[in-house]
Design a protein around this ligand. Structure first.
Ligand code: NAD
Ligand code: DAU
Length: 356
C-alpha cells in the first residue's frame, strides 16, 4: 500500500480513519484524500494532519462521479489501494431528496470500480465501507450476519446495498481484490451534528428540544468511531480478499435510553440551562421517520474469529469522551452552525440544527 486513495476523507469516519492511520498504525505510504466537500465534508477535520504530513498526505477536491477526474487521480498518484468512504450518509435526507444518494453512492462507486478495473494489475485492494442498514430491520430477537439477505428500507440503505453488490460483482466477474465492511451506528469526535448523538448533545447544551422519533423504542447498536477505524485497517491488512465483514459495537440501546443517558451525563458535568431542573425535560417526541427500521444488532463473530478484532470502548465511556470532545471544540461547532466551514469552497450553505 504505497499509494492509498481514501474517498470521503473529510467526513466524520473518513477523517477519523486518516488520523488513525497516521497516528496509530505503522502506515508509511502516501495517502490521497478525494473529497467533493459536500455540506458533510470539512477541511478543518484534517488541517492539523495536513500540516504535519505535507509529503505523505495529499488532498484532491473532486467528485467521485467524475470519471475523468478519478482516472487522473489513479494515474497521477499511481493508486494501488482504495478505501472508499465517500457517500451521502444521512437517512432523513435520503427520504426527502434521494437523487444525490443514487448518484454518489451508486454511480460514484461504479466510477471508482471502473478506474480500479482498468488498472487491475496494480490494484492490491479495493475496500468498500458499508452499513448494517443494507440488511433492513430486525424484530426483538436475532442478529445480522454476513449471510443475512439484503432488505433495505430507506433510499440511503438501498443505494448502499446497490453499491455493495457492485463491489462484490467486480470481484466475481473481473477478479478485483475487494473487501467490504458492514458496520453499525458510529459515534465520536467530528460527527456532523445532524445525526442523533451530536444533535442531542448540542441541543441539550443549548436548552433546545431533543427530538425523539416515534416512541423512542427503536434500537441501534453503537460503535465508537476509532474502534471502527481499527477494524477497517485490520480488514485491509489481514482480511480475506473477496470477503465481507460485519462490524458491531455490542452496545444495543433504545433511542430514548441514548437520549436520557446524554441528558444525565451532561447534568452531572454542567448545571441545566435556566428554567429547567434536568435536561430530560427537553425530550420531545416527534413524528416518526417513515420506514423507520425497528432494530439493528450485529453478529460480528467473523471478524473476531478471523482477525481478533473486538470493540474496546463501552458505550458509557465512549459517550463520555464524545461529550467532552464537543465541549472542548465549540469553535468547530460554531463554524458549522454559521456555515463558515464552507468558506473553502465558496458555498453559501445555510445550515440549521434540527429542532431550531
Ligand atoms: P459523512 O456524511 O460524515 O461524510 C461523507 C464524506 O463524503 C463527506 O466528506 C463528503 O464531502 C464526501 N462526499 C459525499 N459525496 C461525495 C462525492 N460525490 N465525491 C466525493 N466526496 C463525496 O459520512 P460518514 O458518517 O463519515 O460515513 C462514511 C461512510 O461510512 C459512508 O459510506 C457511510 O455509508 C458509511 N457508514 C457510516 C456509518 C455511520 O454511523 N456514520 C455507519 C456505517 C457505515
Ligand atoms: O446503522 C448504520 C447507519 O447509522 C449508517 O449507515 C448511517 O450513515 C448513519 O446515519 C446511521 O443511520 P441512523 O438513521 O441509524 O442514524 P441517525 O443518527 O440519523 O438516527 C439514529 C436513531 O435515532 C434512529 O433510530 C433515528 C433516531 N433519531 C434520529 C434523529 C436525527 C431520532 O429519534 N431523532 C433525531 O433527531
Amino acid at each position: 500500500m504505497k499509494n492509498l486513495l481514501v474517498t470521503g476523507g473529510c467526513g466524520f469516519i473518513g477523517s477519523n480513519f486518516i488520523r488513525h492511520l497516521f497516528y496509530e498504525t505503522g502506515f508509511s505510504g502516501r495517502l490521497i484524500n478525494v473529497d467533493k466537500l459536500t455540506y458533510a465534508g470539512n477541511l478543518e477535520n484534517l488541517s492539523a494532519l495536513a500540516a504535519a504530513y505535507p509529503d505523505r498526505y495529499v488532498f484532491v477536491p473532486a467528485d467521485i462521479c467524475d470519471a475523468d477526474a478519478m482516472a487522473e487521480v489513479f494515474d497521477t498518484y499511481a493508486v494501488d489501494t482504495v478505501c472508499h468512504f465517500a457517500a451521502e450518509s444521512h437517512v432523513d435526507r435520503s427520504i426527502v431528496e434521494p437523487d444525490a444518494f443514487i448518484r454518489t453512492n451508486i454511480i460514484g462507486t461504479h466510477r471508482l470500480l471502473e478506474c480500479a478495473r482498468a488498472r487491475i494489475d496494480r490494484i492490491e485492494l479495493f475496500h468498500h465501507v458499508s452499513t448494517d442498514e443494507v440488511y433492513g430491520s430486525l424484530g426483538a430477537e436475532g442478529y445480522f450476519s454476513e449471510t443475512t439477505a439484503f432488505d433495505p428500507s430507506s433510499p440511503y440503505a438501498a443505494s448502499k446495498a446497490a453499491s455493495d453488490h457492485l463491489v462484490s460483482a467486480c470481484h466475481r466477474t473481473y477478479g478485483l481484490p475487494i473487501t467490504i465492511s458492514n458496520c453499525s451506528n458510529n459515534y465520536g469526535a467530528y460527527q456532523f451534528p445532524e445525526k442523533l448523538i451530536p444533535l442531542v448533545i448540542l441541543n441539550a447544551l443549548a436548552g433546545k428540544p431533543l427530538p425523539v422519533y416515534g416512541e423512542g423504542k427503536n434500537v441501534r447498536d453503537w460503535l465508537y468511531v476509532t474502534d471502527h477505524c481499527r477494524a477497517i485497517w485490520q480488514i485491509m491488512t489481514s482480511g480475506k480478499r473477496g470477503r465481507t465483514y460485519n462490524i458491531g459495537g455490542h452496545a444495543e440501546k433504545t433511542n430514548i435510553d441514548v437520549v436520557t443517558l446524554i441528558c444525565d451525563l451532561l447534568d452531572a458535568m454542567l448545571p441545566p440551562p435556566e428554567g429547567i431542573n434536568s435536561r430530560r425535560e427537553l425530550i420531545t417526541f416527534v413524528t416518526d421517520r417513515p420506514g423507520h427500521d425497528l432494530r439493528y444488532a450485529i453478529d460480528f463473530s467473523r471478524i473476531t474469529k478471523e482477525l481478533c478484532w473486538e470493540p474496546t470502548e463501552s458505550f458509557e465511556t465512549g459517550l463520555k469522551k464524545t461529550i467532552e470532545w464537543y465541549l472542548d471544540n465549540t469553535g468547530w461547532v460554531e463554524r458549522i452552525r454559521s456555515g463558515e466551514y464552507l468558506k473553502w469552497i465558496g458555498q453559501n450553505y445555510d445550515y440549521r440544527l434540527a429542532g431550531n
